[in-house]
Design a protein around this ligand. Structure first.
Ligand code: 2HA
Ligand code: ZN
Length: 273
């Protein structure tokens, strides 16, 4: 099968373009990776070449040994993915130790995988384990309202989760585990990757202060929808805070407990104080 005919490739390209259209990917901002299923690899493997060099990941992800990932390219623009996926995205193979990768398709003309590959792969490694192999998508974007909140809210998981949950009744249904917050750190390296993957043990959403958001999910719809839901709630919170110094009424802890009971959710009490 031609690469561009594969459903996972079409889904990846559509998600990249949807993120661009949301305004979450100025210039080369953001990155997307997908852990490809074995049968999907088999269906397109005839297009792969294995002559490009192995390169250190910069961290160790032994639980991802032998996996294949589709990834956006470093310095590449999301708005161009739909025009030329082979130049702006690619597929990488992880070696049997989980320490090196090599490009097997795409990323033409010497392009590299996303600069956030260490964060993506460490998140994938955690999520593959805690989800029993179900999570396959890691998405990083720069949505403006979420970033704006990192300048005015205290940078802790409880405050962010509760403030965002209160802005839309669907929020605790969509991310009942809450949101983690990483303080400002230098992007692209191992330290921020470790901090983010530590949060991904508990959460599907991690906010990077003054930078953006990471979401993890089982497929493109769920992961894009998660980012969209958090950012929509953040937009409402920005509007509320712009209109008045305090909320006149809101969803209260017992309301969340009622919601949890009727929707069969477990909402951690630490967010309901
Ligand atoms: O430019 O978003 O965090 C890609 C990024 C780095
Ligand atoms: Zn970024």
């Amino acid at each position: 099968m031609k690469i561009l005919d594969a459903e996972f490739v079409k889904g990846f390209i559509r998600m990249a373009n949807d993120g661009w259209e949301q305004g979450w990917h100025e210039r080369n901002g953001g990155n997307l990776t997908y852990r490809i299923k074995a049968d999907e690899v088999d269906a397109v493997k005839e297009n792969f070449t294995f002559d490009r060099p192995w390169t250190p990941i910069g961290t160790s992800v032994p639980f991802l040994a032998g996996e294949y990932f589709m990834t956006t390219g470093s310095g590449k623009y999301f708005r161009n993915v739909i025009l030329d996926a082979e130049a702006n995205t690619g597929i990488v193979e992880i070696d049997e130790k989980g320490e090196n990768f090599r490009i097997v398709w795409g990323l033409l003309n010497g392009a590299r995988p996303t600069s956030e590959l260490p964060s993506h792969l460490m998140n994938h490694e955690v999520k593959k384990q805690v989800s029993g192999g179900k999570h396959r998508v890691i998405y990083h974007a720069h949505p403006a309202n979420t970033i704006a909140l990192t300048f005015v809210l205290p940078l802790d998981d409880v405050t962010f989760t509760r403030e965002i949950w209160e802005m839309a009744t669907e929020c605790p249904v969509v991310f009942p585990d809450g949101i983690g917050v990483v303080p400002w750190m230098v992007p692209g390296g191992r330290d921020i990757a470790v901090a983010t993957s530590e949060l991904m043990k508990q959460y599907d959403v991690a906010i990077w202060a003054h930078h953006g958001m990471f979401c993890s999910g089982e497929d493109f719809d769920l992961t894009f929808g998660l980012m969209h839901t958090v950012e929509k709630a953040a937009e409402i919170l920005v509007k509320v805070r712009s209109m008045a110094p305090a909320k006149r009424q809101t969803i209260l802890p017992d309301d969340f407990r009622d919601l949890a009971r009727d929707f069969g959710l477990t909402l951690p009490e630490k967010f309901l104080k």
